[in-house]
Design a binder for this molecule. Structure first.
Ligand code: SF4
Ligand code: SF4
Length: 458
């Protein structure tokens, strides 16, 4: 695992070409061996089945925002995962103990590996939409996640993912915020909210033993956009929730998942789980972060092989419960519509949270309008899969977001609401790049802006 952290960054093709042939061969053999170990650790029967059942019908093409935005046949999901299949066929025999004189293994073809790198990290956001249209249920995102794991094992990963993972593993959050900075900022936010809430000496609980809800904020909000922390706090306060923040962990982000390293992914996730255990909180509620939710709610259970003994929710699910149980009341149309909703792939399609945001938006707006398609079938915004973490992919994100732009335009909405910080950033960039003249907002912000104050709430 330390090797993975140390070997990060873009692969330097020229470095290998300059080496003598024998060293190149040894290097290739070492890389094949590392990839084999990773393949063994990460290949599931399900992925193996998917790689062997493609009937080449091409139906998946129209599910993929890459293909829809470009009409480039190279970006059809089935074509993309074939790049991994070709490498597996060429270099990885099933017979572990096959005598070496029978294998005559060819050295790793660097052009093939470079193409796989581009396909796995740049040309697929792991959104999973293709799986829902494929008659064989083939999820190219799952297959290319395996490719990422294998590439990561030989140190090939986008530089934009290396540093945040390393910082998260070393410091405990991907931005490297200190506990003191975090606590100080939260105390300052509480002071700022005092007047607005009309509560003297208002404080935001930190490390409260036995709280019903441990809320994990997004560290980028804490550091750069504190008003985005005020919105969920004002909702938790309005609901009379028994909540707390943790000084031990304040980061749902997990770029190791996108890196392809399950060990790093779990190391980062474990900190969130430990934070809950330290104070015996009854549930974990996460700031809007699509992949963070996916990892903490679903991937960590898969990794650990057991269900969490406590609920893990997005803040959106909790807000929905508050509305349905009357714990908060909203003023209708306080925020002018029409409003549409972008389903973050990792929360809707890959997380199962489809209805709650719709119920929330219908509760606060008479002008909620759906994108087509939406919910589990929604198109990726183009910024998922870790692409948003790397400036190298900024232009690619904008180009591949064209499908999302067209979806949004067809709704006629003035506001796009969403429940993921990364999607919000991507849609904000799309709005600017395509001169859309509309706004993107966190659904949490829209709820907070529609809250009927407690005094007039009884
Ligand atoms: S839809 Fe499925 S079976 Fe058809 S080409 Fe795509 S991956 Fe293959
Ligand atoms: S997972 Fe998403 S981005 Fe990747 S091939 Fe499938 S539809 Fe395209």
């Amino acid at each position: 695992m330390e090797d993975e952290l140390e070997n990060g960054g873009h692969f330097e093709e020229t470095a290998i070409k300059e080496k003598p042939a024998e060293t190149h061969r040894q290097n290739s053999d070492r890389q094949i061996e590392q990839m084999r170990i990773s393949l063994k650790a990460n290949l599931s029967a399900q992925v193996l089945f998917m790689m062997n059942t493609c009937i080449h019908c091409g139906i998946c093409a129209d599910a993929c925002h890459y293909y829809c935005s470009t009409k480039d046949p190279d970006l059809i999901p089935a074509v993309k995962f074939e790049r991994l299949s070709a490498i597996l066929e060429k270099h990885f025999t099933r017979f572990k103990f096959r005598p070496s004189f029978l294998t005559k293994r060819e050295p790793l073809d660097d052009r093939q590996i470079t193409k796989l790198f581009k396909t796995a990290y740049e040309d697929c956001t792991l959104c999973g939409k293709c799986a829902l249209s494929c008659p064989m249920g083939i999820n190219t995102g799952e297959i290319l996640h395996l490719a990422r794991a294998m590439l990561c094992s030989i140190g090939r990963q986008p530089s934009g993912l290396t540093s945040p993972v390393q910082t998260a593993c070393e410091v405990g959050n991907y931005l490297g915020l200190s506990t003191d900075d975090f606590v100080e900022t939260i105390e300052w936010i509480a002071e700022e909210m005092e007047d607005e809430l009309g509560v003297e000496n208002f404080s935001i609980p930190i490390d409260k033993e036995g709280a019903q809800v441990l809320y994990i904020p997004h560290p980028l909000e804490v550091r750069d956009l504190p008003f985005l922390v005020m919105y969920p706090v004002s909702i938790l306060h309005a609901a009379g929730e028994d909540y707390t923040l943790s000084s031990y962990d304040f980061d749902p982000v997990n770029y190791a998942y996108y890196q392809g390293s399950k060990d790093n992914m779990m190391r980062i996730t474990q900190r969130v789980l430990d934070a809950r255990e330290k104070i015996n909180a009854k549930s974990i509620v996460l700031a809007p972060c699509g992949h963070g939710y996916r990892v903490i709610r679903w991937e960590s259970e898969k990794y650990l092989g057991k269900r969490h003994a406590f609920p893990v929710l997005t803040i959106v699910e909790l807000i929905d419960r508050y509305i349905k149980t009357g714990r908060i009341k909203l003023q209708k149309d306080a925020v002018e519509g029409p409003i549409t909703y972008h389903d973050p792939c990792n929360i809707a399609r890959r997380g199962g949270v489809v209805q709650p945001p719709r119920d929330i938006l219908n509760a606060l707006s008479s002008q909620f309008v759906e994108m087509q398609p939406h919910g589990a079938l929604n198109y990726c915004c183009g910024g998922g899969g870790g692409l948003g973490a790397s400036t190298d992919y900024a232009q690619k994100r904008i180009e591949m977001g064209k499908t999302k732009v067209e979806q949004i335009r067809r709704t006629g909405a003035k506001i796009v609401a969403t429940g993921c910080f990364n999607c919000m950033t991507q849609i904000r960039d799309l709005i600017k790049a395509y001169d859309m003249g509309i706004e993107v907002k966190s659904i949490v912000e829209i709820v907070a802006s529609s809250l009927i104050p407690k005094s007039s709430n009884s």
